[in-house]
Ligand binder design. Structure first.
Ligand SMILES: NC(=O)c1ccc[n+]([C@@H]2O[C@H](COP(=O)([O-])OP(=O)(O)OC[C@H]3O[C@@H](n4cnc5c(N)ncnc54)[C@H](OP(=O)(O)O)[C@@H]3O)[C@@H](O)[C@H]2O)c1
Length: 229
């Protein structure tokens, strides 16, 4: 069955690989990008390959942009059934050196933006009695793995993990909410030395986005296996 998906930060890296895989499985994918032109350029080859992909301007750090993107999607007659909160930022400096703008951006991209999207999109999922929400987190957001990473990165990914668990508890069981760590992936964020391809990094997110009814909710996964918060 074709579902409608929205992937944030999908113009490059892991987000683009998630969008490509979901579209390859036959789903309709809104490819979210804060720079519409970058989104359209990323979507073009996929569309030419016959995949159902539509770019949508979406800056997850800007509440007005989130509202406008959701309006755009709804006005196209599409209800989002799969939300992948993938957009991420990493400020490579210690907490004590972070500027106010940098910590505001980390919190907005990893926490308040994903929550706002869920507030706007989950009611449609509840109405249809089917929804999948995937939060692309990181092992650096795991207390069990030592909350690594520079600046607020791990702190805000831990907050995204906490949001995942709270939302899974609040939403009905037909809406599955999970977090995942893609591993260390060769993207602009991960760098050229990373061992994994974006496609490998995308695999667990795509699996969670398409879970069957008896699939897990409220968990944190890497390589399709549960990991500790
Ligand atoms: N790479 C890794 O090793 C690794 C490991 C663990 C977790 N992750 C997580 O995986 C996710 C994807 O990362 P990646 O490695 O693919 O990084 P990436 O190549 O740097 O891509 C990040 C994406 O997020 C977008 N983005 C940033 N701020 C945004 C905003 N305000 N609104 C909308 N989009 C925004 C970027 O858009 P622009 O092109 O406009 O900048 C870009 O599309 C992130 O959540 C990251 O934390 C990555």
């Amino acid at each position: 069955m074709q579902r409608t998906a929205l992937v944030t930060g999908a113009n490059r890296g892991i987000g683009l690989a998630i969008a490509r895989r979901l579209a390859g499985l036959g789903h309709f994918v809104w490819l979210g990008a804060r720079d519409f032109r970058a989104g359209a350029e990323a979507a073009d080859p996929l569309r030419r390959a016959g995949l159902a992909v539509e770019p949508v301007e979406l800056d997850v750090a800007d509440p007005a942009s989130i509202e406008a993107a959701v309006q755009r999607i709804l006005s196209a007659g599409r209800t989002v059934e799969i939300l992948v909160n993938n957009a991420g930022v990493l400020h490579d400096k210690p907490l004590l050196k972070l500027t106010e703008d940098e910590f505001a951006e980390s919190i907005a991209v990893h926490l308040t933006g994903p929550l706002r999207l869920v507030q706007l999109l989950a009611p449609g999922m509840v109405e249809r009695r089917w929804g999948r929400i995937v939060n692309v987190s990181s092992g650096w957001g795991s207390f069990a793995e030592g909350l690594g990473g520079p600046g607020l990165y791990g702190v805000t990914k831990a907050a995204l993990n906490a949001l995942t668990l709270r939302l899974a508890n609040e939403l009905p069981a037909c809406i599955k909410v999970n977090a995942m760590c893609p591993g260390w992936v060769r993207t602009r964020m991960g760098g050229a030395q990373a061992p994994r391809t974006p496609e490998e990094g995308a695999d667990t997110a795509v699996w969670l986005a398409t879970l069957p009814e008896d699939g897990p909710t409220g968990g944190f996964f890497r390589d399709r296996r549960k990991i500790a918060w």
